[in-house]
Write a protein that binds this ligand. Structure first.
Ligand code: 6PG
Length: 243
């Protein structure tokens, strides 16, 4: 498939490049629509971006935090203070260091709020509906990662959530630890205005090559290749992932 890639020497440079684009996207969204909605990702690649965003703020960047709304593309079904929580990662790297209003932070709920992942998924979907209205939301920006087997968000190869046609948020069993997770479905992820895939490390070389070599005309074997919104999709790679 065709990939609009930006290749950087290392994770730090990749994260700076992605942050520059993120800030531009944010500026445009706030100017045009009065707010910036972003779906965050878990993983060690975006963690660096969040740290740099927080650092940029302390060095005088001017994020209009009142107009920024943070959502999550996927989450492990663990308490918010758990080490494995994607929310916790973003809180420690970014949220705790910037003046974003608490009401603008929309984490996926966990087992402290709901007994089962299915109930939590339903509740998050209903929060999204309250915020965005009835049509599937188009995030101004969705950050996505890539797993070595082609997963993105918590959409793993073979997951029934990939075939979802109605629900915005699904509870899934991932072949990874922890296995109980919530994820946005392609119903939402295929609406995004801007999508940044953030991919670093030599272990991603093969999957990047496999995605690149897939024919455009065929439905991708890989979840990441099934995310094809009409908006801009950019791939931020470090040299190691590019191969
Ligand atoms: C998760 C992450 C996951 C991640 C990829 C890439 O909740 O498990 O969202 O999907 O994005 O595994 O992670 P790295 O950036 O650490 O390679």
């Amino acid at each position: 498939m065709k990939m609009d890639t930006r290749v950087f020497p290392d994770l730090e440079a990749l994260s700076r490049g992605a942050l520059d684009e993120l800030l531009k996207t944010m500026g445009d969204a706030v100017k045009q629509r009065g707010r910036f909605t972003i779906a965050l990702a878990g993983g060690r690649t975006p963690a660096k971006l969040y740290e740099l965003w927080a650092r940029a703020e302390s060095e005088g960047a001017h994020t209009p935090w009142d107009s920024v709304h943070l959502f999550w593309g996927d989450e492990r079904f663990v308490p918010h203070d758990d080490l494995l929580s994607n929310y916790r990662m973003a809180r420690e790297a970014l949220i705790a260091h910037v003046p974003i209003p608490a009401d603008n932070v929309h984490p996926m709920p966990g087992p402290k709020e709901f007994k089962t992942p299915a109930e939590a998924a339903e509740a998050y979907e209903s929060d999204l509906r309250k915020f965005f209205g009835s049509g599937a939301p188009a995030f101004d920006l969705q950050l996505l990662g890539l797993g070595v087997e082609g997963h993105t968000a918590s959409l793993f190869p073979g997951s029934p959530a990939l075939e979802e046609k109605k629900r915005w948020v699904a509870a899934v069993e991932a072949p990874a630890k922890p296995s109980e997770r919530l994820t946005l479905t392609p119903v939402v992820l295929n609406q995004g205005r801007d999508t940044f895939f953030l991919v670093s490390g030599g272990d991603k070389k093969e999957i990047i090559e496999a995605l690149r070599n897939e024919p455009e005309s065929r439905l991708s074997k890989y979840p990441a290749g099934r995310i094809k919104p009409a908006g801009r999709v950019m791939w931020f790679l470090d040299k190691a992932a590019q191969g």
